[in-house]
Design a protein around this ligand. Sequence first.
Ligand code: PEP
Ligand code: CO
Length: 449
Amino acid sequence: MTWNPGSWRPKPAKHQPDWPDKEELKQIENQLSLLPPLVFAGEARQLRREIAEVAEGKAFILQAGDCAESFVDFNADSIRNKLQVILQMAVVLTYSSGVPIVKLGRIAGQFAKPRSSPTETKDGVELPSFLGHMVNDPAFTEESRIPDAQRLLQVYHQSASTLNLLRAFTQGGFARLRRVHDWTQEFVANSPEGKRYEQLATEIERALRFMEAAGISSSKSQLNRTDFYTSHEGLILEYEEALTRQDSVSGNWYDCSAHLIWIGERTRSVDEAHAEFLSGVHNPIACKVGPTATKEELLPLLEKLDPNRDPGRLTLISRMGAEKITDILPGIIEDVKESGHPVAWISDPMHGNTFTSETGHKTRSFDQVMSEVKGFFDVHHSLGTWPGGVHVELTGEDVTECLGGTNPVETNDLGKRYETVCDPRLNGQQSLDLAFEVAELMRSAPNTP
Ligand code: PEP
Ligand code: CO
């Protein structure tokens, strides 16, 4: 059967909501399909070229943002704060490693969640799980948990205004390197990593002043603007299909809901709907690879998603767990290498390291997160392959969701500002801390380009 944007429909699809009103869903899909695309094919192609550089060991991906975006926590400040921390991390990584950083947000579309259990029980009451604001509401009532297709439209509109602001910030002067000092938030400024960042920012400023004094113009566009791409898990396929458009230049189909779409760990079976849908769009795509992945599962999937073995087409996001990574990842990398798919490998050190604290909070420890990143680098260093990036859940805010860091969040602090609608995120300080540690790992690489 040949691919078309709806060819996923007869296939089994896991983690899909049971929409109560199919007629309403259809109408909303029709409305979405008439709305303007959120991103353009040319931008997705540009990202593909940049990821091809990562696959060749010449660039590094920083993919970061919320586990799940929220309809409630939606305002200019939260978007700016998230962008600021990602820009800070990217500056730390670029300056320390000398490698270009591809900045990829989990933003402007990351609203749907696969859940480990379809129901949630509280005080003896069992209700359907919260599936992300694209589907239902987190309040613990029967009414709130009913899937509501109107939410697909709200996702589109919130994503459009988020992207609008991101484009303004990244193209309109806010991301100018000369402003490298201004991206630090007050609560980070006095922390050890805040001070370390200030030092680095001062060095960058000095270098920029030197360039100007030497007659090298700092009006160069790369110093005044930055490329920032969007990504999310392509889980709710009705939404993705409705935003899939045929590019007038190449005639190819692109999912114009984001630059990069990924397949989650729970929906990556080669014969199922998610792989079918993503196999036909020409965006760069990614796939999570967890500890249970086998060669028999993975190789047919890579063949389906990347039959032409195109660099930049496929990114594999390893999420093994700190304890397992050094045992499991080497074999998988070898198998992929042998198959000839020129993938970019990045590390998600968050999803294999989630646990429930004594206080009942779903959390992660900074040390375990770093231990998985370190394992990822070690494995690549020993195989002579390129550790091509990190994928983290973070926020710019001063939340207390993950344990540890240089100004440590302790178990008893978790309840203070636990604000996530899904998984625990690194706060602004922990994110910067991670960037400094990753920068050091990059510098220690024997195969640094
Ligand atoms: C996620 O990235 O939020 C997620 C659900 O990850 P995974 O598919 O790896 O569990
Ligand atoms: Co998550």
